[in-house]
Design a protein around this ligand. Structure first.
Ligand code: F6P
Length: 545
C-alpha cells in the first residue's frame, strides 16, 4: 500500500496547510461570521461544533478527499462485515455486533454471531436480575450488596467510566468497587469496606492470564475462603473471559461464567459481558440503552455521507491537527464531573489503538500517527493546566464535552459550567490582543511604562483549535453514542495512517520483563543483571521485614 504521504490528496493538504498556518481564527471568523452554520453538525442529538478548528471549507473538502482515496468507506464496510481487518492477529473486529440492536445477521466463518450475542445478553440479564432480585445469593444465603470487579485496562476502564458517568442510574442496593492495580492498595481498601457474605467478585479478563487480575483475584479468593470456608468461592465468584480452561482452573461454576470472543478487542469490550459489572450496578435495561446509543452511532458511521459523518469529521480534523498543524496532543475536557474518567478511558481506546509506528504491511511510517490524549473535567482543569494551554508553547488541540442539562439537581451550576466551557473555547480561539491588554490596563490608570512591561506577559495568542460536543443530558443512550463516536474516530484515523488499530504488541515486552523480574525483586541477592544491581540493592536495604 502506498504511504499516505505519497497520495496527491496528502500533498494537496500539505500545500493548503502552508497557506492556512499563518491564518488566525480571528481572521477566519472575521471573513465568515456564519462559521457555526458552516462548521457544525447535529446528529443523534449531539451537536458537534468545529467552527473553532483552523479550517476552511477547502480544508474539509481536501480532508474528505484524502479519506476517500484511502478507501475509508470500504474499510468501514469491511469492519462491519467481519472481514479480518486485524491482520496481525488474523481477527475480525466486530464489537459493533455486540450492540447490533437491529439484529440483522452478522456472519463470521459461516456462523451468524447474533445468536451467540443475544444468548449472552439473555444470560447477563438472568444473572443481573437474579442478583438484584435476591434469587442469586452468597454462601450463607444472604443477598449481595457489594460487587467487586477485578480487571484491568479494557476489563476495568470502561466499567469505571460508565458507572461513574451514569451514577444517577445506579441500583441503590448495590455498591460497585473496581480493583485493577497490581500494588494491592485498591484490593486491601475494598476488602476493609465489604462484608464477605454479601460480596460478589467478578473476575473480568479476556485472556484470564493478566498478572494484575490473577494476583488480585487469587487474594480475593483466599479472603473469601478465610471468611466463609472452602466451598464459598463458587457462590461468590463470577468470571468473564474467552479462556474456559483458565476459568475451570479457577473453579468458576458454569452458571457464573460469561464468555466473550476473540473478535472483540479488550478496549472495545465494554459492550460484551465485560459490561456485566456495569449491568450489575445500573441494571440490564440501562446497559441495553447504552448498546442502543452505540448502535445508533454505528448506523450513522456506516451510512451517513462523509460530509455529515461525525466520527469521520472528528477523525479527519484530528489528522489535520496532528499531521498538518503539528498538534502533539489532544486534551479531552468534559464539563460534567460525572465524566471524570472519560479521559482515562479514551486514553486506552485511542493510544493503545493508534500508538503504532508501522503500517499494515510492516513498513515504518514517515509521518506522525496517534497523538497523546489526556484530560480532566472542567472547570477543575482550568485551575491546573489551562495556563499552559493559554500561554505555553505546547501544541495541544482540545475537545470540550458538555451536557446542557445538569447531571446534578443544581441546574444553575451546570449553567456556570457551560459558561466556563464556552468562555474557554472562545479564549483559546481568539486570545487577547495587545490592543485589548493595553486598553484593559489603561482603564486602570496604569503608567505607560508598566503597561509596556506587562503586555508580553498578558497576551493570549489564541488560535488554539477546539471542538465542542454538546448534548441535552448525560444518560445511557448518550453515553453509548459518545463512546462509539470516539471508537469510530480512532478507526477513521487508523485507516488514513494505514495502521492496525486493533492489536497492541507494544504492551507485551514490559509484561514479560515484569514476569522475569518478579523473583529477583523478592530476592535481590539473586540478581545477575548489572544494569539493575543498584536499584535492587536499595530495595533489599530498604524493605522492611
Ligand atoms: O494492557 C494490555 C491489555 O492486553 C489490554 O489491551 C487489555 O484491555 C488489558 O491488557 C487486560 O487484558 P485482559 O482483559 O485479557 O485481562
Amino acid at each position: 500500500m502506498t504511504q499516505v504521504t505519497g497520495t496527491q490528496e496528502w500533498q494537496a493538504l500539505e500545500k493548503h496547510a502552508v497557506g492556512m498556518r499563518p491564518i488566525h481564527l480571528r481572521d477566519l471568523f472575521a471573513q465568515q461570521a456564519d462559521r457555526f452554520a458552516r462548521f457544525s453538525r447535529r446528529e443523534l442529538n449531539l451537536l458537534f461544533d468545529f467552527s473553532r478548528q483552523r479550517v476552511t471549507e477547502q480544508t474539509i473538502a481536501l480532508l474528505l478527499g484524502l479519506a476517500r482515496v484511502r478507501g475509508l468507506e470500504s474499510r468501514i464496510a469491511a469492519m462491519f462485515s467481519g472481514e479480518k481487518i486485524n491482520v496481525t492477529e488474523h481477527r475480525a473486529v466486530l464489537h459493533t455486533a455486540l450492540r447490533n440492536r437491529s439484529n440483522r445477521a452478522i456472519t463470521l466463518d459461516g456462523v451468524d454471531l447474533m445468536t451467540e450475542v443475544n444468548a449472552s445478553l439473555e444470560r447477563m440479564r438472568t444473572f443481573v436480575d437474579g442478583v438484584h432480585g435476591g434469587r442469586i445469593v452468597g454462601a450463607t444465603g444472604r443477598t449481595f450488596t457489594d460487587i467487586v470487579n477485578i480487571g484491568i485496562g479494557g476489563s476495568d476502564l470502561g466499567i469505571v467510566m460508565a458507572t461513574e458517568a451514569l451514577a444517577n442510574y445506579r441500583n441503590q442496593n448495590i455498591r460497585l468497587h473496581c480493583v485493577s492495580n497490581i500494588d494491592g492498595v485498591q484490593l486491601s481498601d475494598v476488602l476493609q469496606q465489604v462484608e464477605p457474605a454479601r460480596t460478589l467478585f467478578v473476575v473480568c479478563s479476556k485472556t484470564f492470564s493478566t498478572l494484575e487480575t490473577l494476583t488480585n483475584a487469587k487474594l480475593a479468593r483466599e479472603w473469601t475462603v478465610d471468611h466463609l470456608g472452602a466451598g464459598a468461592p463458587a457462590r461468590h465468584f463470577a468470571a468473564v473471559s474467552t479462556n474456559a480452561k483458565a476459568m475451570d482452573a479457577f473453579l468458576i461454576p458454569p452458571q457464573n461464567r460469561f464468555t466473550m470472543w476473540d473478535w472483540v478487542g479488550g478496549r472495545y469490550s465494554i459492550w460484551s459481558a465485560v459490561g456485566l459489572s456495569v449491568a450489575l450496578s445500573l441494571g440490564m435495561d440501562q446497559f441495553e440503552l447504552m448498546l442502543t446509543g452505540a448502535h445508533e452511532m454505528d448506523e450513522h458511521f456506516r451510512t451517513a455521507p462523509l460530509e455529515k459523518n461525525l466520527p469521520v469529521l472528528m477523525g479527519m480534523l484530528g489528522v489535520w491537527n496532528r499531521n498538518f498543524l503539528g498538534m502533539d496532543s489532544l486534551a479531552v475536557l468534559p464539563y460534567d464531573q460525572r465524566l471524570h474518567r472519560l479521559p482515562a478511558y479514551l486514553q486506552q481506546l485511542d493510544m493503545e489503538s493508534n500508538g503504532k509506528r508501522v503500517t499494515l504491511d510492516g513498513s515504518e511510517v514517515t509521518y506522525d500517527t496517534g497523538a497523546v490524549l489526556w484530560g480532566e473535567p472542567g472547570s477543575n482543569a482550568q485551575h491546573s493546566f489551562f495556563q499552559l494551554l493559554h500561554q505555553g508553547t505546547a501544541k495541544v488541540a482540545l475537545d470540550f464535552l458538555a451536557p446542557v442539562n445538569a447531571s446534578s439537581k443544581f441546574q444553575a451550576q451546570q449553567n456556570l459550567a457551560l459558561a466556563n466551557c464556552f468562555g474557554q473555547a472562545q479564549a483559546f480561539a481568539f486570545g487577547q490582543t495587545e490592543a485589548q491588554v493595553r486598553a484593559d490596563l489603561a482603564a486602570k490608570n496604569m503608567p505607560e511604562q508598566e503597561i509596556a512591561r506587562l503586555i508580553p506577559h498578558k497576551l493570549h495568542p489564541g488560535n488554539r483549535p477546539s471542538s465542542i460536543i454538546l448534548f441535552p443530558r448525560l444518560g445511557p443512550k448518550t453515553l453509548g453514542r459518545l463512546i462509539a463516536l470516539y471508537e469510530h474516530k480512532v478507526f477513521t484515523q487508523s485507516v488514513i495512517w494505514g495502521i492496525n488499530a486493533f492489536d497492541q504488541w507494544g504492551v507485551e515486552l514490559g509484561k514479560k520483563l515484569a514476569d522475569t523480574l518478579a523473583p529477583v525483586v523478592e530476592k535481590p541477592e539473586q540478581n545477575t543483571d548489572p544494569t539493575l544491581a543498584g536499584l535492587l540493592q536499595q530495595v533489599g536495604q530498604w524493605r522492611a521485614g
